[in-house]
Ligand binder design. Structure first.
Ligand code: PLP
Length: 287
């Protein structure tokens, strides 16, 4: 069955949805995005995602296509029209279509931004069996641009990195810049040593994960020790456990880094406990 998607004010069957070939998202990757998870037909961490969207738009001097309330309504309408129970809502804003190709930004008064949203159904999202086995990662050099804090649609390198991981027989990759881990290809990276949770501090080098913020808050509330600093792959390989976080994966244990198994090679206790807390709290606060 075809999905109902949202394009610039209209709800349409996916096969009828159209965007201009001159859209700057298509020609220049001039756009930003957000992914919000849905559990039991409710939105997880919507406030955080809409705030980060606004920040990304501000950083790129891009006009907001709709107010936060309007965006919430569209998210809810898409959940309803697609009978979405568990899954994701993808939202993308681009600088619109000025009707030709030009490096210079178009005047926002003449070229409205493009807003596209669609659902992805993921039945049993919270019971992902991968969380029980954990995943292996390899390290790859981080050659992304200097504003990884902006959630842009320039995802070619992360896609290449995922392919490199796949070819190497791993599930994902951790990016390394100046000898230390920045983050995962599409998630934030953590290690746990002696009960302490270590993750890189916020800067322009990483995406300020909405799940990261929630996990660090829950960890501190549960009296777990948290240290925000960078770490090397060698330190990670010597850690008791490791994990990643993202809106769609929640908390996912990492059991192997560059072929070296962590601890006994099974998902760590801290990662599994944080996953449990995150899913429980997310269900409670979903809207
Ligand atoms: N880092 C990168 C590079 C990402 O692409 C993502 C999510 O897509 C994250 C971190 C995790 O962010 P969030 O928890 O907001 O999904």
């Amino acid at each position: 069955m075809s999905r109902i998607v949202y394009v610039n004010g209209e709800y349409l069957p996916e096969e009828d949805a159209k965007i201009s070939i001159f859209d700057r998202g298509f020609l220049m990757a001039d756009g930003v995005y957000e992914v919000t998870s849905v559990l039991d037909s409710k939105l997880i961490a919507f406030a955080g995602h809409s705030e980060r969207l606004q920040r990304s738009l501000n950083e790129l001097e891009m006009a907001a296509p709709a107010s936060k309330d309007e965006l919430l309504q569209i998210h809810r309408e898409l959940v309803k029209r697609n009978d979405l129970v568990d899954g994701l809502i993808y939202l993308q804003v681009t600088r619109g279509s000025p009707g030709d190709r030009d490096f210079v930004f178009p005047d926002p008064a003449e070229t409205p931004s493009t807003l596209v949203m669609f659902t992805q159904s993921k039945p049993g999202l919270a019971d992902n069996p991968a969380a029980k086995t954990g995943m292996s990662v390899i390290s790859i050099e981080d050659i992304r641009w200097g504003r990884c804090d902006i959630k842009t649609i320039q995802l070619l390198y992360p896609s290449m990195v995922k392919m490199m991981a796949k070819k190497a027989g791993a599930e994902d990759a951790w990016l390394v810049k100046d000898g230390v881990v920045t983050e995962g290809s599409s998630n934030n990276a953590y290690i746990v040593k002696g009960g302490k949770i270590i993750t890189r501090e916020l800067s322009n080098d990483i995406l300020h994960g909405i799940t990261r913020a929630a996990i660090l808050r829950y960890a501190r509330e549960a009296q777990m020790e948290v240290e925000e600093r960078s770490f090397t792959i060698e330190e990670a390989q010597d850690a008791d456990e490791a994990f990643v976080t993202s809106a769609s994966a929640f908390v996912m244990p990492v059991i192997e880094i560059d072929g070296v198994k962590l601890g006994d090679g099974t998902p760590g206790k801290v990662a599994l406990r944080l996953r449990e807390i995150y899913i429980e709290e997310s269900r409670k606060t979903a809207i």
